[in-house]
Design a protein around this ligand. Sequence first.
Ligand code: NI
Length: 175
Amino acid sequence: MGDPRLLEISAAVDVIDAQALQPLLTDMWDTMAAENGAGLAAPQIGIMQRVVIFGYDNNPRYPDAPAIPETILVNPVITPLSERQESDWEGCLSVPGMRGVVPRFEEIRYQGFDQYGQPVDREVTGFHARVVQHECDHLDGILYPQRIEDMCNFGFLQTLLEKGVIQLQPCDDQP
Ligand code: NI
């Protein structure tokens, strides 16, 4: 946070070429794995393209978290399926050591393409929907603190844990 690139709108990928995308995707999966993250967007590693990744089978930090299929999404589009929103704690690799309460749509449809140009089209809820909304926000230059409605619900993870305000949750870019 503070790098102006994180506030930029990323460019659509014109031609989806798996070979051309591979170095970026490898870097993204490595970065996400190194942080035990739930997702990552290309601008977070300085690549201003509309590419996000997310998902895991089981995350050792969050044994109770629902699994999300490992997904590559190029040029994603999100459509809320209802007006309903829910608020929960989020973290972000680009805002290390902090957590804040962010409202997100409970149910969404997301569409896009995998690295081979094959369509991806899913309807999801809850944590899965939250992760996708968080990652796609990065493509529009939005970091989660910009979506916090009550700044009383923003703080250092270590302090929030020590004070019992939160317990470790699955909705984190990073531990
Ligand atoms: Ni993030």
